[in-house]
Design a protein around this ligand. Sequence first.
Ligand code: NAD
Length: 391
Amino acid sequence: MDGLNVSQVRPEKQFSAPPLHTRPPACFNHTMDAFIYQANPTRVVFGCGALAQVGAEVEQLGAQRALVLSTPEQIDSARRVAGLLGPRAAGIFAEATMHVPVETAREARRVARELGADCAVAIGGGSTTGLGKAIALESALPIVAIPTTYAGSEMTPIYGITEGGVKKTGRDARVLPRTVIYDPELTLTLPFALTVTSALNAIAHAAEGLYAHDGNPVIALMAEEGIRASAAALAPLAADPRDLAARSDALYGAWLCGSVLGSVAMGLHHKLCHTLGGSFDLPHAPTHTVVLPHALAYNAPAAAQALARIARALHAADPALAADDPAAALQALAARHGAPVSLKALGMPPDGLDRAADLAVQTPYPNPRPLDRAALRALLQRAYDGAKPSP
Ligand code: NAD
């Protein structure tokens, strides 16, 4: 990012097109690289009070018997949903937990079968949406997701199930929620600490989407706006976590960032977080928060335009965020709001860093900068120490 002035940032090279008046006829337009854009067919209902529409949305799917899912902590929200559904509620399964253990998934599928459920309504964060996906994977039951964090799982066809301590993930169109109800009022209770790390989790999807090998101009627009909206929400929420306008911004940002995650391939950052979460049981959103600045700094030399767009989005969200170094700006944003900035603070064992570096290079995946074990080991050390991000 050296010497890059954000006010002069141009779109990614492959997306540049000449001004309309100089554009040749479309068939002679050789200036824009080819891309594929595949829309994910989720219906999105957004707005304060939108939860009240859950009955109509279940009806719209043609479903009669909805199984409501939540974590044990959010069972009151599940009961509220069941109340709104009235006779269309088949029952509540409030056993969702982090990383979707296969035993919980099996139990949820059994309950769904026994109750004759023809739809699942998942109210909660990524763990609850993930449980809905685990049910849908085998039964093709349609899911209505009602997210209450910013994790973004509701907009993706990605599922994860943990068996014998190993989390397997995959993509399957059957697990993509058919309908998503975003109601910012439901996020008013999200503790501020989780608000910050969850918003940074969302930003991570969009940031990696900007350098995805299979990116496209529509997703890039969503990514930049998603980063801006998510980052802009944090200062007002620090002042008042019940600021509904800021909660709306954060949830709008989460929708955009989740859409990016669901559409294009993620790189080094998501790979590292998956490894750290799965192998060392580190908490999901805080791990994203700590690692993101370091992963972006690693990729910066090979993804200048993407980093410039991240910088532009952060600067638009808050002019105080350093425009010339988005990796440092994200670390500063986390620190300013009391979020963890070191893996050490998350309980990472120091002797696990070598194994994490080995795992990060074990299976190759697309990433703008080639994966170099020594450089990744150094990255992990900086993340462990909470040091300044650097390439
Ligand atoms: P989470 O769903 O585990 O929720 C964390 C805790 O916060 C839970 O106890 C939950 O009940 C509580 N909570 C949620 N919303 C609340 C609210 N509004 N008020 C009060 N408490 C609330 O956390 P998460 O970060 O949303 O999700 C993490 C999980 O999601 C991980 O397992 C991750 O792998 C997965 N995930 C999957 C995808 C995907 O596309 N498949 C995307 C992102 C995350």
